[in-house]
Design a protein around this ligand. Structure first.
Ligand code: CP
Ligand code: NVA
Length: 337
């Protein structure tokens, strides 16, 4: 039998089948249990892992670092200002060098093409830690958190509110469609997901039975919600757009009025984080002073409510990233799923 994951990269959700994504989610739950019980799981003893970050990060960097160490591997952080990538050396040449020294490479940055080139030329597994288009490792943590709360994924309804065409929205839409989760995107028409993303999701939805809804109507969006999910209104690299986005997205904020529309006391709230739920950040304070908005994509009330699961979700980044690295790089025997 083939070891199905070994040597493979994770550049976008479509790289894995539904069964493979489900396997990784369940494997993550197993690794989480091992970690909680203090059972060692050094599946990557002696491996070296490069962590390339063009954009900043708390969770993804911390998750890759701690997951690599728990697996017995050595993580090495290579930030945008530390290496030659892009400025003095092409992606192809960088990939060829790193592939001779490292056993696996994580990349967070702007261009999806760059993470694809790293995979093409390094010869080792490459994991996408977020690009402008996709955030695939985030998805495993998100859907693991959903499964932990509901015991299943198929047939649930996830409502994503806000910027409907950012990396997290794209990834939630496509992953939900693959996994049989109904996905509602609640955003202004100007920020509806791109046509090709919706078409991709609809293709998967046909197979899985998931229902896709793209709407700017709050009642329609909230109907049947099991999960409300939101992300920042302004993604990394778009910082000049706060004024426009605050105006456009205020009606799409996750607040108690929106949550109540779902009439579901068992629903949960997720956020990939970081979140602007108060004015205790530089941007949060600035937006409050300039535009009079002190809570952006989610109110502090919802953020601290009984529905909130985002800190479990953040912890799950580590367990799920561990699963991806162990499966694609380890010598584990994982039969074809
Ligand atoms: N959710 C997420 O990717 O967080 P970071 O930007 O802190 O890595
Ligand atoms: N859409 C956000 C996600 C952060 C995890 C961004 O790209 O900044």
């Amino acid at each position: 039998m083939t070891q199905v994951f070994q040597g493979r990269s994770f550049l976008a959700e479509k790289d894995f089948t539904r069964a493979e994504l489900e396997y990784l989610i369940d494997f993550s739950a197993h690794l989480k249990d091992l970690k909680k019980r203090g059972v060692p799981h050094h599946y990557l003893e002696g491996k070296n892992i490069a962590l390339l970050f063009e954009k900043t990060s708390t969770r993804t960097r911390a998750a890759f670092t701690t997951a690599a160490i728990d697996l017995g591997a050595h993580p090495e952080y290579l930030g945008a200002n530390d290496i030659q990538l892009g400025k003095k050396e092409s992606t192809e040449d960088t990939a060829k060098v790193l592939g001779r020294m490292f056993d696996g490479i994580e990349f967070r940055g702007f261009s999806q093409r760059m993470v694809e080139e790293l995979a093409e030329f390094s010869g080792v597994p490459v994991w996408n830690g977020l690009t402008d288009e996709w955030h695939p490792t985030q998805m495993l943590a998100d859907y693991l958190t959903v499964k932990e709360n509901f015991g299943k994924l198929e047939g649930l309804t996830l409502v994503y509110c806000g910027d409907g065409r950012n990396n997290v929205a794209n990834s939630l839409l496509v992953t939900g469609a693959i996994l049989g989760v109904n996905v509602h995107i609640f955003s202004p028409k100007e920020l509806f997901p791109a046509e090709e993303i919706v078409e991709l999701a609809q293709g998967y939805a046909k197979e899985s039975g998931s229902r896709i809804l793209i709407t700017d109507n709050a009642d329609e969006a909230a109907k049947g919600a099991d999960v409300f999910y939101t992300d920042v209104w302004v993604s990394m690299g778009e910082e000049a757009m706060f004024e426009e986005r605050v105006k456009m997205l205020t009606p799409f904020q996750v607040n108690m009025d929106l949550i109540k529309k779902a009439e579901n006391e068992n629903l949960i709230f997720l956020h990939c984080l970081p979140a602007f739920h108060d004015t205790k950040t530089v941007y949060g304070k600035d937006v409050a002073e300039k535009y009079g908005v002190s809570e952006m994509e989610v109110t502090d009330e919802v953020f601290r409510s009984k529905y909130a699961r985002h800190f479990d979700q953040a912890e799950n980044r580590m367990h799920t990233i561990k699963a991806v690295m162990a499966a694609t790089l380890g010598n584990l025997f994982i039969p074809r799923v």
